[in-house]
Write a protein that binds this ligand. Structure first.
Ligand SMILES: NC(=O)c1ccc[n+]([C@@H]2O[C@H](COP(=O)([O-])OP(=O)(O)OC[C@H]3O[C@@H](n4cnc5c(N)ncnc54)[C@H](OP(=O)(O)O)[C@@H]3O)[C@@H](O)[C@H]2O)c1
Length: 212
């Protein structure tokens, strides 16, 4: 599969690594792709870096791993037409607050980043996923109690099936939470995850849905 990862921070590189380790071809995007030269060299032949438009054209599946405040601009640079019909995994959280401030969401209750992204990309199949865990645990999370739950949301069932398969291959137990509006519930979960880290000083936790 050809995967385009828009965003080259901690999350973009971690998710790119996850796909590369599973044999996929990956392109990773930045406004200044040359800063990724060393990272790309370490990944041998399967990874290329490019601007957002090149990466969006390349990917059959796209991942949005941009700062939420820069996401609209990244989409505009990528070209909305390059998302047409594609699965877009939206990892973003609409965080506000700066260094030293308690993290909060800038959107919530009646809207979410996931829905906003779906409105910006009306012909794409947006699936919210991987947003409620730190990047260090996104790939191969190891817990004695087994795989943690990856809560996902989106309007397209086929797209959610594909993203569930990806989550499983990354070591997660996917849980379909319904349409993209459920991002209103998944994005606050990210705040809960961060607050737990702040309270305990440890960042090795994840959520699990228990059912019988
Ligand atoms: N860090 C985590 O553990 C974690 C976990 C779950 C979800 N998330 C969410 O995942 C997303 C990525 O997080 P991150 O920590 O990897 O990195 P980040 O620092 O939030 O974002 C990095 C990427 O955003 C792009 N960006 C920033 N401003 C932009 C603008 N004005 N226009 C276009 N692109 C812009 C940057 O592009 P350039 O390369 O061009 O600078 C960079 O590639 C965020 O929405 C975050 O809330 C993070």
């Amino acid at each position: 599969m050809k995967v385009g990862v828009l965003g080259s921070g901690e999350v973009g590189q971690t998710i790119a690594d996850g796909f590369l380790q599973r044999g996929h071809h990956v392109a990773i995007g930045s406004r200044t792709p040359e800063k990724l030269d060393d990272y790309v060299k370490r990944q041998r032949n399967m990874l290329l870096a490019g601007d957002f438009a090149r990466v969006a054209k390349f990917g059959e599946i796209l991942v949005l791993a941009t700062k939420f405040r820069g996401t609209k601009s990244a989409i505009d640079l990528a070209g909305v037409e390059n998302f047409d019909g594609k699965i877009v995994i939206d990892v973003t959280n609409p965080l506000k607050g700066g260094e030293g401030k308690s993290p909060e969401l800038s959107i919530g209750f009646t809207d979410s980043a996931g829905e906003t992204v779906q409105r910006w990309l009306p012909t794409a199949r947006v699936v919210k996923a991987f947003n409620a865990v730190g990047s260090a645990l996104m790939i191969d999370p190891e817990f004695v109690d087994g795989p943690p739950s990856m809560f996902i949301a989106g309007n397209d069932d086929e797209a959610k099936k594909t993203v569930s398969g990806i989550a499983e291959s990354f070591g997660w137990d996917p849980v379909d939470c319904g349409p993209i509006e459920r991002s209103r519930l998944l994005e606050p979960l990210a705040i809960l995850w961060i607050q737990r880290g702040i309270a305990t000083g440890k960042w090795h936790h994840a959520f699990k849905l228990l059912q019988r």
